[in-house]
Design a protein around this ligand. Structure first.
Ligand SMILES: C=C(O[C@@H]1C=C(C(=O)O)C=C[C@H]1O)C(=O)O
Length: 384
């Protein structure tokens, strides 16, 4: 047979597979109708195991490949059935009720920022909100507490840095409080070494900053031969070294914070990577989805079975969603089990997207929709 002839043969087999696939899905729809009447759950682990074990044996050498194909078909079959049974309705209602005007048009919102005045989060808040009424929180947890108590409507915090990675504490707090991400901005971050007047690079013995900033500037700090010391935030470190007025102690912070607290800048752009950049998010008790929302964040856990993460992710690939981040965090109450955080580009109002999310919300042991929001990229140089 020539290549063309073999391909014709493949086309003809595909036609038959397609019509069998449609028949199988139609049968799944009939199963769903019975389940609707009898109140049985969509997922039947025993039946799926039986199908897979039969397929594995019947396909001989191709057993494991055939199992992948059939497992995928059963995933599709369950997703159709959930749709018929109205699965994931709470998520649909949440998304339907979340439509709102752009946050940038909101005036005078109460916004809790991480750090002190002059922090990078302060700069991010200024990008995201117009004439916000700002308050400052020394710890990440204080931002969440301010929102929980109603002292603030929104909070602005960093979630991820291009050099030092995720701010894991923020991810853990997001799960604990079940808040939503309503906006995001990516900003270039330019750190400086600042100290009280009279200090010079030669007098500095200790460098104070947030662990993330210390990591981002690790090469500079070690070349200086100074001891890195963790502090609550970059801006608090700048304020504190100014108050101590000790020429052996410096902070890593923004130029803006250095200026605000009367420090001198001993060295500029001290981060390991010149194009260092951080993502900040605005969080809220209430979900808002504005028309320009282009990023979706989720957190879920998966069953402790072979291939379960692969199978969840395969659905995103099949629908052509571009995943921009995946991060796992330990589930603190269970040993060596994980929450997975996923960011992808999309709008939850679209049918395909909502269909997938509703299905996942029904089937995964834990599923939380963290938000659908616009992400801006700031051209500003991380000032403030
Ligand atoms: C079709 C059913 O529903 C689900 C899908 C299955 C399938 O597509 O083969 C098998 C078991 C269930 O998890 C069923 O219960 O038979």
């Amino acid at each position: 047979m020539t290549l063309d002839e073999i391909r014709k043969e493949i086309d003809s087999i595909d036609e038959q597979l397609l019509s069998l696939f449609e028949r199988r899905m139609q049968a799944a729809v009939e199963v769903a109708k019975i389940k609707q009447k009898t109140g049985q759950p969509v997922f039947n682990a025993k039946r799926e195991e039986e199908v897979l074990s039969h397929v594995g044996e019947a396909a001989g050498n191709l057993g494991s490949s055939a199992k992948i194909v059939f497992q995928t078909m059963m995933d599709v079959s369950r997703s159709l059935q959930h749709n018929i049974l109205g699965g994931g309705m709470p998520l649909k209602h949440l998304v339907d009720e979340a439509a709102c005007e752009p946050l940038s048009g909101l005036h005078g919102a109460l916004v809790a920022c991480y750090g002190e005045s002059g922090s990078y989060s302060h700069a991010a808040a200024t990008q995201m909100f117009q004439d916000a009424r700002l308050s400052f929180c020394p710890q990440f947890s204080n931002v969440f507490d301010a929102i929980q108590s109603g002292d603030a409507d929104y909070g602005v915090i960093p979630v991820e840095n291009s050099t030092a990675g995720s701010v894991t504490e923020v991810y853990d707090l997001l799960i604990r409080h079940q808040f939503y991400i309503v906006s995001a901005v990516k900003m270039p971050i330019d750190h400086c070494l600042c100290a009280p007047k009279g200090a010079s690079l030669e007098t500095i013995q200790k460098v104070y900053s947030h662990p993330q900033a210390l990591r981002q500037c690790s090469s500079f700090v070690s070349s200086l031969g100074a001891e890195p010391i963790q502090y609550a935030s970059t801006s608090t470190a700048a304020k504190t070294v100014a108050q101590w007025n000790d020429i052996t102690k410096a902070a890593i912070a923004s130029k803006e914070a250095a200026k605000q607290y009367g420090c001198v800048i001993l060295e500029d752009s001290i981060q390991n990577q010149k194009n260092n950049c951080t993502r900040f998010v605005a969080i809220s008790r209430k979900l808002h989805i504005e028309p320009s929302a282009n990023k979706i964040s989720l957190v879920f856990s998966i069953p402790h079975t072979t291939g379960s993460l692969y199978r969840v992710l395969a659905n995103f690939a099949a629908l052509g969603f571009n995943l921009t981040k995946i991060e796992s965090r330990p589930i603190q109450e269970s040993r060596f089990e994980y929450y997975f955080y996923l960011d992808f580009l999309g709008n939850a109002v679209g049918d395909d997207t909502l269909h997938l999310l509703r299905w996942l919300s029904e089937e995964l042991p834990y599923f939380a929709f963290l938000g659908n929001y616009p992400e801006q990229t700031s051209g500003a140089n991380g000032e403030a």
